[in-house]
Ligand binder design. Structure first.
Ligand code: ADP
Length: 474
């Protein structure tokens, strides 16, 4: 059964409180009862003993005509609510306190006679005996001779029971009041906690629903000091931002692709139309134009395929040991002819005279990609510098150009799949927007990172940082 947080908390809190109160109630009542009843029994036995000793004392003083009243028995019996009757040897009533307490006598008759229930039974019977009439028989001896008997009657142990009851009632009352207070306080606390949790959770749920329905501009603006909720809220906001960025990337990608495809298609279409209408002869030169456009389309599709292929194969590393400086020199030598075409100078400052244990082909691909970008985005007759050095236990290789630079808007996206800066597209560099994605992944699979610094129209520096412990054996 589903229930909201408020209800769940309220029920849980109150159940916990009730269970703990029940346990405390039962144990404390049991303990109090046990101790208190023992105490009452002792008191009662002491009083009975006092009464007996008063009777004995009156008998010793005057066996023939004992003065029980003079002994203080009447006063004591009345104050402690006992009914005392003394019979002589012939069973004649010679003394009773009932003459002083006719009401008690009446009550005794109404309650009925329960007989002698002295001794350990008493304790156990306390509860039942409350307010019932009981009698205790006492044989009066003088010397070794039995000269009569006394009946000591009482209602339960009632004068004490009343105090006991009021004490117990007060105790139970205070347990009850504190239970009620505890329940109210726990209900308030549970409402407070469930609100503290419920409000942010509702806001987060609302935001995630909105995101699910496509509103990516929504952000949860909750204020909470609960770490998990604040983390959850930031993740939802982060998710919305990422989705928003991907959405705009997808839009951009779609329009880029449309643009890329439309240009060759328009050319091919217009050429074929002209051939059909007989305006143009399909001579080899015009057919070559068409072929070039088809080729562009073909390489576009190939680039798309490459991305997926790359995803599958880039993690298989075929590592070997090679000198970094030698490898860089080889790469530079092989690319110089291409740079010459644009009258670009390529300067190598090869300070990293170390051996690396890396996938050599992938290392080459990283450097080629960075150099090929530097080539594409440099102005003619410029310079491209490539530096290798060791810094902070890492091999660093930077590729610097003084070309068109990267705008602030493009900067966060250049490592994304198929992302091409505006300037790149406008300059018809022939790029496809996957070079940097591949470069970054290859650096990362070797345990490294790639950084970029750029200023529009001043140039760009890409630096790869490969921790030595990740690229050297042992
Ligand atoms: P592309 O094939 O378009 O060069 P990349 O993934 O290699 O794709 O680069 C992504 C984008 O980053 C480029 O379109 C370009 O806008 C920008 N870029 C990369 N390298 C440079 C550079 N050296 N100078 C200026 N812009 C660059």
């Amino acid at each position: 059964m589903k229930m909201n947080l408020n209800k769940k908390f309220l029920i849980s809190f109150i159940s916990i409180i009730l269970i703990s109160l029940l346990i405390t109630g039962i144990t404390s009542t049991y303990m109090i009862d046990k101790r208190f009843n023992l105490y009452l029994l002792k008191q009662h036995e002491e009083k009975i003993a006092t009464i007996k000793s008063m009777i004995d004392s009156a008998i010793i003083k005057s066996p023939m005509k004992p003065d029980f009243e003079g002994e203080g028995l009447t006063k004591y019996a009345l104050s402690e609510n006992y009914i005392i009757k003394v019979f002589d040897f012939n069973n004649n009533l010679i003394y009773t306190t009932e003459v002083h307490t006719p009401m008690m006598g009446q009550r005794r008759r109404m309650m009925g006679h329960r007989g002698n229930m002295m001794g350990p039974m008493m304790g156990r019977m306390f509860r039942n005996m409350f307010e019932s009439y009981n009698e205790d028989n006492y044989t009066i001896n003088y010397g070794n001779k039995e000269i009569g008997r006394a009946i000591i009657g009482y209602f339960g142990i009632h004068n004490i029971s009343r105090e006991a009851m009021s004490f117990k009632l007060t105790l139970y009352g205070s347990i009850l009041i504190s239970s009620l207070i505890a329940i109210i306080v726990s209900a308030l606390i549970s409402i407070m906690i469930s609100r503290q949790l419920g409000i942010p959770i509702k806001a987060i749920t609302k935001a995630s629903k909105a995101i699910g329905e496509g509103d990516l501009s929504i952000r949860t603006n909750i204020k909470t000091n609960i770490e998990e909720l604040s983390d959850l809220s930031s993740s939802i906001n982060g998710l919305a931002t990422t989705l928003q960025e991907q959405e705009s990337l997808r839009n951009r990608l779609t329009s880029d692709m449309a643009h890329e495809i439309r240009t060759p298609l328009t050319t091919i279409k217009s050429h074929i139309e002209a051939f059909i209408d007989g305006i143009w002869e399909p001579n080899p030169e015009r057919l070559k134009d068409c072929y070039d456009e088809v080729d562009r389309l073909h390489s576009l599709v190939k680039n798309l395929e490459d991305i997926n292929k790359f995803k599958e194969t880039n993690y298989i590393l075929n590592k070997s040991t090679f000198r970094v400086d030698d490898e860089l020199a080889r790469i530079v030598n092989s690319i110089i002819p291409q740079f010459n075409k644009k009258s670009l100078k390529l300067e190598l400052d090869n300070g990293a005279e170390i051996e690396a244990f890396m996938d050599r082909d992938k290392f080459k691909q990283i450097i080629y990609n960075l150099l090929s970008n530097a080539f594409k985005y440099s102005y003619e007759k410029g310079i491209v510098k490539i530096n290798s050095y060791i810094e902070r236990e890492s091999l660093c290789i930077s590729v610097q150009d003084f070309g068109i630079g990267i705008s602030k808007d493009d900067m966060p996206h250049i490592f994304e799949h198929l992302y091409r800066g505006d300037a790149s597209r406008n300059r018809a560099t022939g790029g496809s927007g996957i070079g940097l994605t591949i470069t970054k992944t290859l650096v990362e699979v070797h345990g490294g990172t790639i950084k970029v610094k750029s200023n529009v129209n001043s140039g760009t520096v890409f630096t790869i940082i490969l921790p030595l412990e990740k690229i050297q054996r042992g």
